[in-house]
Design a protein around this ligand. Structure first.
Ligand code: SAM
Length: 223
């Protein structure tokens, strides 16, 4: 019978696909993905050939209707994103809610997510954490957000785009000069790295080198 399967996929290292994810993808009638080229590459790597439909912020409403109708007709739809867990700073929430609203079955195939890998490898407290998704793109908005979170005692975790990291470090230094922070870079990949220290210490580690790659920014909570 029809079902939506939310399938986590690797965040860099293809060995991180789970056995269950592979089975669900093999059994799916259709795979809904962000980018058909990107996901086509992933599926080919595992010798899986399936019809792919793309969904993204601009067609999510229409695709949600189509995919929900397909599930109602008995088809198995696997939902994946470009990397990691769908719905976590990735599209997918809308179709998940629509399937729930329609009373149709849904299952989660858990797996990699950059925030969890970054948090556990950071060495910062995992007892309580705050995940803020992507940081705002403008420096003034980032400082504003950081200032609002100054008193929070949980470990603060954010996604950041590689080309803004230098300016993000400036903002961290302004608002959290004495806090321990961690940049978790290129997780699960060849150049995986955890840079730890105060914002100034972390910056010094990258002096003269460009800070490339995908990154999670973590800030120790207030004492
Ligand atoms: N759905 C994904 C997940 O579950 O982690 C997140 C997708 S979001 C569009 C992409 C952001 O996640 C990147 O800008 C980066 O902040 C983070 N990210 C993804 N892969 C990463 C990796 N291998 N190492 C560090 N950060 C990563």
């Amino acid at each position: 019978s029809g079902k939506l399967s939310i399938v986590a996929t690797p965040i860099g290292n293809l060995e991180d696909i789970t056995l269950r994810a592979l089975r669900i993808l093999r059994e799916a009638d259709v795979v809904a993905c962000e980018d058909t080229r990107h996901s086509g590459h992933l599926l080919r790597h595992f010798e899986i050939s399936k019809p792919l439909v793309s969904y993204h912020d601009f067609n999510e409403a229409r695709r949600t209707q189509e995919l929900t109708a397909q599930i109602a007709q008995g088809r198995k739809v696997a939902l994946i994103s470009d990397a990691g867990t769908p719905g976590i700073s990735d599209p997918g929430a809308r179709i998940i809610r629509a399937v729930i609203a329609a009373g149709l079955p849904l299952e989660v195939i858990p797996g990699p997510s950059a925030v969890i890998a970054a948090l556990v490898g950071s060495g910062l407290s995992t007892d309580e954490f705050y995940f803020g998704g992507f940081l705002p793109s403008k420096s003034a908005q980032r400082r504003n957000l950081f200032s609002k979170l100054l008193g929070r005692t949980e470990t603060l975790c954010f996604y950041e785009s590689p080309h803004r990291i230098a300016s993000c470090l400036d903002d961290l230094e302004t608002v959290f000069p004495a806090r321990q922070i961690v940049l978790a870079r290129e997780l699960t990949k060849l150049h995986e790295q955890f840079a730890r220290g105060t914002p100034a210490e972390v910056r010094a580690q990258f002096a003269g080198r460009s800070l490339k790659g995908e990154m999670v920014v973590l800030i120790s909570g207030a004492e």
